[in-house]
Design a protein around this ligand. Structure first.
Ligand code: TRP
Length: 336
């Protein structure tokens, strides 16, 4: 059975953008494929500590797993949930891959360049981040890794490392699918990007100061609806999907499509040619507030014990699979 694998860092409460753009599509993919694929959903807690964590990391980890469940993840025997730091093979393989990857290719990573801005005081973990990520993926022979477009370069790096390793030692790693095929598998034309409500040219981000520019998953639903009502639009007066010309309106159509699980094209045709931005906002505001109420209610009702039970099972599975792959790699280098 092939494997789909994904993870999301749990450094803080997520925005509606993280939820609709990353977590929810992953849950829908998992539910669609978990009879034919192994589905690995893990919390990259070792990736969290490259930067500051808001609140308590332990609480955030448990909360992140609850997010998947509250988003509707159906857990069957092919779905595995685990924490990266509970599977020591990740760190071990990361070290070995450090000796396969080159400084040149790792230095070219955009995320590293942005986060380090050339500062010598930047921690080494930020530099090594994509190598640990390659280990996360290659240990489980994952073929599909549904992620946002900002992570595509890291998947390409994992592909290059796996290919180089295999050329040297034989077919030990499964090389993940090409980015174009990843996107096709996810069923989107390109990465989904929910926009800032006040400045829709930008991505919605938790670090933006203005409260009305973003919706957090723990926002009061009424308050979130008001934020939608005050979202920036434009003065063209016609509802059309055009991310360049009308980013605010397009963002609202995108949000409506994701929340109601309706293909974007259908939402676009429903609203095509209409002129009342107020009406569109009222519809999206009510979808957002209904979604948040339901989500928060579900979240409240998931006991910690349920999460710990899933982790115990998932970590047993992960240690078995990852341990076997690590052993093959150790043998290739004559460490065993
Ligand atoms: N880089 C991902 C993020 O920023 C998290 C992550 C780490 C990950 N390792 C991974 C995702 C492996 C998929 C596969 O959210």
């Amino acid at each position: 059975m092939k494997t789909i694998l994904t993870g999301i860092r749990s450094n803080s409460v997520l925005t509606l953008g993280n939820y609709l753009g990353a977590l929810l599509p992953m849950v829908r993919l998992a539910n669609k494929w978990s009879n034919e694929y192994q589905v690995n959903i893990f919390v990259p807690d070792l990736h969290s500590i490259i930067s500051e964590v808001d609140g308590d990391l332990q609480e955030n980890i448990i909360q992140t797993i609850k997010y998947y469940l509250a988003a509707g993840l159906e857990v069957n025997e092919n779905v595995h949930i685990y924490r990266q730091s509970y599977v020591p093979a990740h760190s071990e393989l990361c070290w070995i891959l450090n000796c396969v990857a080159t400084m040149g290719e790792t230095s070219r990573m955009i995320q590293y360049k942005e986060k380090s801005k050339g500062q010598e005081s930047c921690n080494v973990g930020i530099f090594d981040y994509p190598i640990l990520m390659a280990a996360d993926i290659l240990l489980y022979s994952a073929e599909y890794i549904p992620l946002g477009e900002d992570q595509f370069q890291h998947i390409e790096l994992a592909r290059n490392i796996a290919t180089r390793f295999n050329n040297r030692f034989g077919e030990i790693f499964v090389v993940p699918a090409k980015t174009a095929d990843q996107v096709k598998f996810m069923g989107v034309s390109d990465g989904i990007r929910i926009r800032d409500l006040l400045t829709p040219e930008k991505k919605m981000s938790k670090s933006t100061r203005a409260e009305n520019s973003k919706i957090m998953l723990d926002d009061d639903p009424e308050k979130a609806a008001k934020k939608i009502m005050s979202a920036t639009t434009d003065s063209l007066g016609i509802i059309k999907f055009d991310m360049w010309g009308q980013p605010g309106i397009s963002n609202l159509l995108q949000i409506e499509s994701l929340i109601t699980d309706t293909p974007l094209q259908d939402v676009i045709s429903t609203w095509a040619g209409q002129t009342s931005y107020g009406e569109l906002k009222r519809k999206v505001a009510s979808s957002v507030s209904a979604m948040l109420s339901e989500f928060q209610e579900k979240l409240k009702n998931i006991p910690d014990e349920e999460v710990y039970k899933l982790l115990e099972k998932g970590e047993k599975y992960a240690n078995e699979v990852a341990g076997k792959k690590l052993y093959e790699v150790q043998k290739a280098f004559h460490l065993r």
